[in-house]
Design a protein around this ligand. Sequence first.
Ligand code: CP
Ligand code: NVA
Length: 327
Amino acid sequence: MPVNLKGRSFITLKDFTTEEIRYMLNLSKDLKAKKRTGSKEKVLEGKNIVLLFEKSSTRTRCAFEVAAYDEGANVTFLTNSQMGKKESIEDTAKVLGRYYDGIEFRGFKQETVESLAAHSGVPVWNGLTDLYHPTQILADFLTVMEHVDKPLNKVKFVYVGDARNNMGNSLMIGAAKMGMHFVALAPKSLFPSEKLVAEMREVAKETGGIIELTENIDDVKDADVIYTDVWVSMGEEDQFEERIKLLSPYQVNMEMMKKTNNADALFMHCLPAFHDQNTVVGREIKEKFGLDSMEVTDEVFRSKHSVVFDEAENRMHTIKAVMVATL
Ligand code: CP
Ligand code: NVA
């Protein structure tokens, strides 16, 4: 069946079939190749896009902007709108839908992005909420396709750390959809919700995937990918002390990479990462808790295993594919 995503919103990967996700990954590959050839063909000429941000961003904002400009679209970056303060999300959606061909939203509640999609009448793209970060997953899987010499459904993908955050949730959904062997390695209190796990195990039954939850670090054995994210996500900044206690045993270090028993295992991270003290927060953590790094050591971050900047680049190519496919 041919895939047609025109007019669709991109709110969570749950809404997409394996074929549709594969289509977006292949389109990303094509658009990446097209950019490399220097092609001047622009497929979003005349389109207007608004980028609504409640939370900070480097990659997502810049990826949307550059992707839009590459394809000839115009962009408004909006951080101080009336939305939620003096104007409801519904009313804001109705206004923005009259100006723009597509809306990107990054913020707190998943309900906000859903409401924008329900009321704007144009495609809405989730640039991260507390619950999900679906555009990141496309970039991550494209990176795996480029670096692991196996189809996605043969890949063992271990996500270490806060497995119930937006990244843990979205990677599990993406992995289930693509039939991967997904392992969430975390303390029990940070496992993804039982409801989401049950739902994704049902999906995995169809796709041949495996969804495993474990507290045992030895389960990284034979991993193709070790993936981690920050221990404290945006909006949870009061939880550093508790998370450091819970997650210190789960830091990605060389010892963990060796436990994979795979010399070619990839290290992945959506970024930003706390791997040194070259940040305000990194220095505060060093002062308060004596840690040189948090979720990943500087050694692993800078090692031959690490493909984090390929992932970051792929945000742009994959976000471009989402816009091109849905517009
Ligand atoms: N990975 C990611 O979403 O990065 P930003 O927060 O910089 O957008
Ligand atoms: N879990 C992180 C992802 C950042 C891209 C956060 O929400 O802050």
